[in-house]
Write a protein that binds this ligand. Structure first.
Ligand code: GLC
Ligand code: CA
Length: 542
């Protein structure tokens, strides 16, 4: 499956969040040397590709999603030469490399933005961003009523009185994609990395890049009119058509993967038309509550929407922006939304960790069995839960500060990984480290280290390893189609040719399994041949 030139249609892709993966030099921050020393772990895990969250020079106002230089590596992570070595080393181990491209905005430390601020109103440098005069008698009010996705106004004023737009933090000024120079710059950045052997890019906030040139207000209440002034505008597609021409000009062809949060699946899949992106993260299942009807509907809607454009679906349970699913599935409310209030209510809500873990085991067997590619966020293979007791003064996500603490932010899913040992830093940093991990690790993680889990057949890590290895060897899995089987209430069962069935029991009773030759893997032991609740199984059929 991996050998195929269209690997992205089937791949299991592991997300490395570089700050939190492994710290080789002991400053408490993960780095590329740390990743390089653990590439064997990723190969043994059985994934096909690695996606790196941003590794560029950055003031880290939004953990690297504020890029100051798109053609280099942050000194805390390493050097460009090391990144090149890392890419080569990964390839030698049979792992593809995907990097994160952030086109909607750059950092306020990017030379373009610095120049724009210095150059003043009316300058060509300001045309690369969204600078405008304010409203009100003295321009003291923001140019329009848009709010930042991280809370507060979407506009910040510079000393000469003009305002600039930032859909995220003020340190992330939005680029003006109506400007040819912006387009040319990013096409050149793509070539820069593709020339260095990168196999694909994950495109951050891909549906937000283009804006209504009039910057119209959003309605005070109710749904914004269509086209929306800054989300999913038709002009956006032209950007990715240009990128696709570049990706297609390489041998092997490079992959484009969009981060697109859109409630409307029909609009979502427009980005996956044959001359646009290859795949996009499907967040619909991630947002769905642990409920058979909701899962069934989400899978159906996803597959039905993708079919006409011929693009494979993707399956995602966790990433660096959402609650870890061990925690989410152990709560009363198992759904996810980005709504600030929802996140606040969810944080610290009572969690049954054993139940969440049990469901997470079942969920990964589902996500790896569904047609298309699948993502694993670092640490989910260890069964890590959301860390909810990070002291406020250690929280770094701008969501926390920008909402005045109303939204606790995303730090809880970004805590450095536990590799070995009985106490922090759990092998994340070397024994002679000069600083603790950049976010505190819970003492309870001693039982969840890689060292503690490997070789234990009941561990989450061994479940992931086994499932990923089985998936790789089965022609039925990855890209392709599936067919639902008739099943008991609240049980999902589907067949994939040749000879494969997956069953997920979301009911409260043990259920019989469809006819099969053998059990390939089960998330928990079967009971008298029956599949217990909150469990999944892969079957070989005749
Ligand atoms: C994406 C990233 C998120 C970041 C935001 C702004 O949603 O996944 O982490 O904060 O874009 O770049
Ligand atoms: Ca380090």
């Amino acid at each position: 499956m991996f050998e195929s030139s269209r690997w992205w249609r089937s791949a299991a892709i592991y997300q490395v969040y570089p700050r939190s993966f492994a710290d080789a030099n002991g400053d408490g921050i993960g780095d590329l040397a740390g990743v390089r020393s653990r590439l064997g772990y990723l190969r043994d895990l059985g994934v096909d590709a690695i996606w790196f969250s941003p590794w560029y020079p950055s003031p880290m106002a939004d953990a690297g999603y504020d890029v100051a230089d798109y053609r280099d590596i942050d000194p805390a992570f390493g050097t460009l030469a090391e990144a090149e070595e890392l890419i080569a080393q990964a390839h030698a181990l049979g792992l593809r490399v995907i990097i994160d491209i952030v086109p909607n905005h750059c950092s306020d430390a990017h030379p373009w933005f610095r120049e724009a601020v210095a150059a003043g109103p009316g300058s060509a440098a300001r045309e690369l961003f969204w600078f405008r005069d304010g409203r009100g008698e003295h321009g003291e009010l923001p140019p329009n009523n848009w709010t930042s996705i991280f809370g507060g106004p979407a506009w910040t004023r510079v000393p000469d009185g003009q305002w600039y737009l930032h859909l995220f933090a003020p340190q992330q000024p939005d680029l003006n994609w109506g400007n040819t120079k912006v387009r040319e710059e990013f096409e050149d950045i793509l070539r820069f990395w593709f020339d260095r052997g990168v196999d694909g890019v994950r495109i951050d906030s891909a549906a937000l890049c283009t804006k209504d040139p009039e910057l119209r207000d959003l309605p005070e209440s109710g749904e914004p009119e269509v086209p929306h002034p800054y989300s999913d505008r038709d002009e956006t597609h032209e950007i990715y058509r240009g990128w696709r021409r570049i990706a297609d000009s390489y041998i092997p062809q490079r992959a484009l993967i969009g981060e697109i949060w859109l409630p409307d699946t029909e609009r979502f899949v427009m980005y996956l038309r044959p001359d646009e992106l290859h795949t996009a993260f499907n967040f619909d299942l991630l947002a769905a509550p642990w409920d058979a009807t909701a899962f069934h509907a989400s899978i159906d809607a996803t597959l039905a929407a993708h079919a006409p454009v011929g693009a494979p679906a993707t399956w995602v349970l966790s990433n660096h922006d959402v609650f870890r699913h061990v925690t989410r599935y152990g709560r009363q409310d198992t759904s996810f939304t980005h709504d600030h209030d929802h996140r606040r209510r969810q944080t610290g809500a009572p969690t049954d960790v054993a139940l969440g873990t049990r469901r997470a085991r079942a969920a990964v067997l589902l996500s790896l069995a569904l047609p298309g590619s699948a993502y694993v966020y670092q640490g989910e293979e260890l069964g890590l839960g959301e860390v909810e007791d990070i002291p406020d003064h250690q929280r770094q996500d701008p969501l926390f500060a920008r909402t005045g603490g109303a939204n606790p932010g995303r730090d809880g899913c970004r805590v450095p990984l536990p590799w070995s040992g009985d106490e922090p830093p759990f092998g994340f940093s070397p024994p002679d480290a000069i600083a603790p991990p950049w976010l505190p690790q819970p003492a309870s993680w001693r039982s969840l280290t890689v060292e503690a889990q490997q070789g234990d057949p009941d561990s989450m890590l061994e479940l992931y390893r086994s499932a990923l290895h089985i998936r790789r060897g089965l022609p039925a899995l990855g890209d392709g189609s599936m067919r639902w089987l008739v099943s008991p209430p609240d049980v999902l069962a589907f067949e994939r040719a040749p000879h494969f069935v997956c069953v997920l029991n979301m009911s409260t009773v043990d259920v019989p399994l469809p006819e099969h030759e053998s059990v390939l893997i089960a998330s928990v032991p079967l009971r008298d041949g029956l599949l217990p609740p909150d469990a999944a199984v892969w079957l070989r059929t005749s």
